[in-house]
Design a protein around this ligand. Structure first.
Ligand code: AMP
Length: 425
């Protein structure tokens, strides 16, 4: 709800407040740890790319490109820019443009950051949201598909989310997909008029997307549609079997769901989704798959690749639903208290000495009374209050007061630093 006269944030965006960010930091550090353990390196492409990049890679016939892009029109002779609706095109461009794939043929990279889609906002669906994910480029090995799925599962485990389902499917490759496309078209065509408007359009532009439709009547009809996994060529069939064997060996439960096609154009062979029944309508935690032709299509080498992208907001919602309580911000070591106004510069100097020694803490900047400063000390969770008044200044010392026991001592500043450091748990 916005209040008239007060500036408000754009629809579909969120302000992340200090209380919420404990969960975000927990997720980010869990993700970093897993990426590190599995040998993925971080990359950071810009927030926006030339619009043409998404048209060529994400695909003309996708919801994203058709209606969800935040695009800045060209100025004068310039290019049109689009705030990234997903990371994969930018990350692959980064690998190609910086010649990384020339240095070595195989890369495993990860990313984290905001993404933008002009969608109808609702719980779990925003116009600015955040994604983390991986791209593993330069291999056709089905075990790499397995690894990316394991990495996602490990991150979820790291933040205490265990209640989710993994569904996988295969989209085949250029060799077997043509025959399947014909079979699917032949199945839909006689009833095309009864499909929803979106499906009728998708039928022409990218018939696989008809299987993505959420309209109940279309879903029901699609139950009987031929499935890609029944039309796989030998190589794609072997690949899919190897992925399933690998997942079983990794101890991950999954279902094969022939309806998963994923909304993007570039997928080949393995596709997968992680979902949580606790999330309501927007139940996808993330998803990914193999995209063996994209790197070549974008001007890079002919390199097999696989990756996933997860929605941070969704994972955070799943953490909340699972009752995961992220630990609050680390408590402070000290709060420095001025017993009178004349002591304030000295209190500031003392706080700086503690901080320089690696201790954390704060002081009052509002000219508050000693009693109010002690209340702040309490609220901050500091282990020690450091008081300075006329008496301490005259002695060149500070008064240390343990917040839990009330035990006090008056000591020189460097001794106080030693005590607090020694007491550092
Ligand atoms: P996609 O590539 O579209 O499957 O997106 C990957 C993941 O990002 C999804 O599974 C969601 O978790 C998340 N995501 C996508 N769009 C949004 C959005 N508008 N708001 C929040 N999360 C999103």
């Amino acid at each position: 709800m916005s209040t008239p006269g007060i500036p408000h944030r754009p629809e579909g965006t969120q302000d992340l407040l200090p209380d919420q960010l404990a969960a975000w930091s927990g997720l980010e550090s869990a993700a970093r740890q897993v990426f590190h353990r599995y040998g993925y390196q971080e990359v950071r492409p810009p927030l926006f790319e030339n619009t043409a990049l998404f048209h060529k890679s994400t695909g003309e016939a996708t919801d994203i490109v058709e209606k969800e892009m935040f695009t800045v029109p060209p100025r004068g002779e310039g290019e049109s820019y689009t705030f990234r609706p997903e990371f994969t095109p930018g990350v692959i461009r980064l690998l190609i443009e910086n010649q990384l794939l020339k240095q070595k043929g195989f890369w495993k990279v990860w990313y984290w950051g905001p993404a933008f889609r002009y969608e109808r906002p609702q719980k779990g669906r925003y116009r600015q949201f955040h994604q983390f994910g991986v791209e593993a480029v330069g291999s056709h090995d089905p075990l790499l598909d397995v690894e990316t799925i394991v990495v996602f599962a490990e991150i979820l485990k790291g933040v205490g989310v265990t209640d989710y389902a993994i569904r996988i499917n295969s989209m085949g490759d250029a060799k077997c997909r043509g025959a399947y496309r014909d079979a699917l078209k032949a199945f839909i065509e006689p009833n095309l008029a009864s499909y929803c408007e979106n499906c009728r359009r998708r039928f022409e532009r990218n018939v696989f997307r008809v299987l993505d439709c959420k309209v109940p009547a279309d879903r029901a009809r699609n139950e009987r549609a031929p499935a890609m996994i029944d039309h796989l060529c030998v190589e794609c069939g072997d690949h899919f079997s190897a992925v399933q064997r690998g997942l079983k060996e990794a101890g991950l439960a999954f279902d094969v769901d022939k309806r998963i096609v994923r909304g993007l154009d570039y997928y080949t062979r393995t596709v997968y989704e992680f979902s949580s029944a606790r999330l309501g309508a927007q139940d996808a935690l993330g998803g990914g798959g193999r995209y063996d032709t994209l790197v070549g299509q974008m001007g890079g080498p002919d390199a097999g690749a696989v990756g996933f992208s997860a929605g941070c907001e969704r994972v955070i919602l799943a953490m909340e639903a699972a009752g995961v309580k992220p630990s609050a911000a680390a408590t402070a070591d000290f709060f420095a208290v001025a017993a009178d106004d004349a002591a304030r510069p000295e209190v500031f100097r003392a706080a700086q000495a503690f901080r320089a020694a690696g201790l954390s803490g704060d002081l009052d900047y509002e000219g508050r009374s000693v009693k109010a400063q002690m209340r702040s000390a309490n609220r901050s969770g500091a282990r020690y209050a450091v008081l300075i008044g006329a008496e301490e200044r005259a002695q060149g010392r500070v008064r240390l007061k343990k917040m839990d026991g009330g035990e006090e001592s008056v000591v020189p500043l460097d001794e106080a630093v030693r005590i607090l450091k020694g007491a550092n748990p």
